[in-house]
Design a protein around this ligand. Structure first.
Ligand SMILES: CC(C)(COP(=O)(O)OP(=O)(O)OC[C@H]1O[C@@H](n2cnc3c(N)ncnc32)[C@H](O)[C@@H]1OP(=O)(O)O)[C@@H](O)C(=O)NCCC(=O)NCCS
Length: 183
């Protein structure tokens, strides 16, 4: 069932996007995003088609496992699929949390689509009520991603060194959102 924000009485929202559960049909979208050097510049570089297919299958299974949800971002006006957003179970500093991630195809960036879609996904995570804290770990140089965290009320906890994929080190920010209360 699509997730809508409640920002307008007709069920649409500022950017006209809706979230749909990630499905078997969305592998091509994942290949466009995770196979693209520009889109993965802060994520350790493009992944192989085989790795992307494995990751895609995990995204499809995610809601059934109860570990989180992954969504396709769809433009209401045209029905075009323009990106993904979601959250999954993770362990961080000894605590079970939800980690969140988002991607928007290059041609559709800079219009607030990721901000609006992430806000909708946060509403869903809050309603799931599984974990108190939602974290995002963007690279410190990833201006738009850090901008989204700041804008949506996440608190910057710290900067740390991350190894992803293996052998590739980068400085990342730990942004945290309290789904049960304040920040
Ligand atoms: C990160 C990403 C999803 C943003 O998508 P988007 O739809 O263009 O994002 P938005 O238009 O909602 O913009 C987000 C905010 O970042 C700001 N921003 C954009 N570029 C910026 C930059 N270089 N430095 C600082 N802020 C920037 C925008 O101004 C906006 O804030 P505002 O609305 O207050 O002005 C997109 O760039 C992407 O897919 N990148 C590749 C994948 C990736 O790195 N994912 C993140 C993993 S943590």
């Amino acid at each position: 069932m699509p997730v809508h924000s409640t920002s307008a009485s007709d069920g649409t929202n500022q950017n006209g996007v809706r979230l749909e559960p990630w499905s078997e049909d969305d592998l091509d979208l994942d290949l466009q995003m995770l196979g693209d050097p520009e889109m993965t510049q802060y994520l350790g570089g493009p992944e192989s088609a085989e790795h992307i297919a494995q990751r895609h299958a995990r995204k499809v299974r995610l809601p059934d496992s109860g570990a989180g949800r992954m969504f396709k971002i769809v433009l209401q006006a045209t029905g075009e699929a323009v990106g993904s957003v979601g959250y999954w179970e993770s362990s961080w500093q000894g605590e079970d949390i939800h980690e969140m991630g988002w991607m928007v195809l290059t041609a559709f960036q800079g219009r607030g689509i990721a901000s609006e879609s992430t806000a909708q996904a946060i509403v869903q995570a809050r309603s799931d009520g599984k974990y108190r804290f939602l974290h995002a770990f963007p690279a410190v140089e990833n201006g738009p991603s850090n901008g989204i965290c700041r804008k949506l009320g996440f608190t910057l906890v710290e900067t740390f060194e991350s190894e992803y994929p293996k052998g590739h080190f980068m400085q990342c920010n730990d942004w945290r959102l309290d789904l049960f209360g304040g920040s």
